[in-house]
Ligand binder design. Structure first.
Ligand code: ACO
Length: 384
């Protein structure tokens, strides 16, 4: 064992470790509250748009009307892809996971930028906005190409959310669907120092370029314990198939020590406020489309899980209903994580920029517990 001078505390999972001061996001995990730049998530979901919320997250205050118009126009003009990038996406195997496609295409975007590593803050923000604007175009283009259809060009007159649905589905979405998509993107835009945001912050702290920063975030978001939980939660609901089978599923899963996807959170020890909003939207959307069975099955799983987990701090999180909302909007299941990523680029950017204002290289330590000073054994002398 390695002898250490002072007692070392290992914060497994970096639980309760603060890496910076921040003015971007506040979560009260005991009181079920979430604020972006001081504004409650309920107020933003009711009154804001994804474009306005992105401006707020990155620049720190709500825009004036003319600032918002300029910002919205700028994002809409950045949405189109270079022909060579479209050709690159076309060359990917159609069996590729869309999250791998997004990660690779965002990384490739840097190759088309003559000055990818410019470190002026305004340049960094501009690059991030270009990536954020193009992400829905990449995701929708790949989905159409893998289904043998031509990509739809972006339309500058549509909102970011509506344009994504238009490019994906091939027709202008109704106002209601566009609104639900917009709210879902607001809810996914930011969430303090989660795993993917930390990943972006670590990469930013090395003074790497925005393409590398956002590519790091996409890679980290991908896992089933983070962004992948929405896909897994919907798969559970589809597998269970009927509200009457929910309890049997929950009892078996918990007995087998499996996790109920869309439940539990490192910070929330009660209801995730985003879950509350998404459940309401999911119910409205299901009723509007006349497809209520999936929603009812999810609700039955939720009620059963809450009964069986009573007394523990495990409650539904954002992912318990986001998959149902995306599915009902016609978004394929394997695009859920890319849709999450498209939205979260706003928060990743805000944190990377904030960290860089008072940068210090992130370099934690590992407590060495292995052997030392071993005699080197030549290969011919080693026992097989
Ligand atoms: N279902 C059943 N039990 C659970 C669940 C769950 N969803 N979540 C945690 N637990 C249990 C664990 O089994 C563990 O029990 P034990 O102490 O008896 O071994 C205990 O609660 C603590 O679990 P940890 O993994 O240590 O808690 P942590 O704070 O690290 O977990 C996490 C957070 C990873 C989100 C966890 O709740 C989980 O795996 N949930 C399912 C996946 C999910 O929904 N992720 C989305 C999170 S939101 C987001 O990233 C957008």
């Amino acid at each position: 064992m390695c002898a250490v001078k002072d007692p070392v505390v290992i914060h497994k999972g970096l639980d309760n470790v603060y890496v910076k001061e921040s003015k971007i996001c506040f979560i009260d995990g005991e009181a079920s509250k979430l604020f972006y730049r001081g504004y409650s998530i309920e107020a933003l979901a009711s009154h804001s748009t994804f474009e306005e919320t992105t401006y707020l997250l990155i620049y720190g205050s709500l825009p004036t009307r003319s600032q918002l118009e300029d910002f919205t126009k700028r994002i809409s003009l950045y949405r189109s892809l270079e022909t060579s990038l479209l050709q690159l996406i076309h060359s990917f195997p159609i069996t590729s996971d869309p999250m791998d496609v997004l990660r690779t295409a965002v990384s490739a975007l840097g190759l088309y930028d003559p000055q990818p590593a410019s470190d002026r803050i305004e340049d960094r923000i501009d690059k991030a906005l270009r990536i954020m604007a193009k992400a829905p175009t990449i995701v929708a283009a790949f989905d159409r190409l893998r289904n043998g259809r031509e990509p739809m060009p972006p339309r500058t007159e549509l909102s970011h959310a509506a344009d994504f649905l238009q490019m994906l589905i091939g027709k202008t979405p109704g106002d209601y669907d566009a609104h639900i998509m917009d709210v879902a993107m607001i809810l996914h835009a930011e969430h303090e120092m989660n795993a993917s945001t930390f990943s972006c912050t670590v990469t930013a702290s090395t003074l790497a370029d925005m393409y590398s920063i956002i590519t790091s975030g996409i890679g980290t978001l991908r896992g089933p314990l983070h962004g992948g939980a929405n896909e897994a939660a919907l798969k559970t609901v589809l597998d269970v198939g009927d509200p009457s089978k929910a309890d049997e599923y929950v009892v078996r899963a918990l007995a087998e020590k499996k996790r109920i996807m869309g439940f539990g959170h490192r910070v929330y020890k009660t209801w995730d406020p985003r879950y509350v909003i998404l459940k309401k939207l999911g119910a409205e959307l299901a009723a509007q489309k006349g497809e209520t069975k999936l929603f009812e099955t999810a609700t039955a799983i939720e009620e059963s899980a809450l009964r069986h987990l009573a007394g523990s701090p495990i409650f539904p999180n954002v992912d318990s209903y986001s998959g149902i909302v995306f599915h009902t909007l016609g978004i394929p299941t394997d695009l859920f994580i890319p849709v999450f990523a498209m939205s979260r680029i706003a928060g990743w950017t805000a944190h990377a920029i904030e960290y860089l204002q008072a940068n210090r290289l992130i370099r934690p330590k590992a407590l060495y517990v292995g052997q030392k000073e071993l005699p080197y054994v030549p290969i011919d002398s080693r026992q097989e």
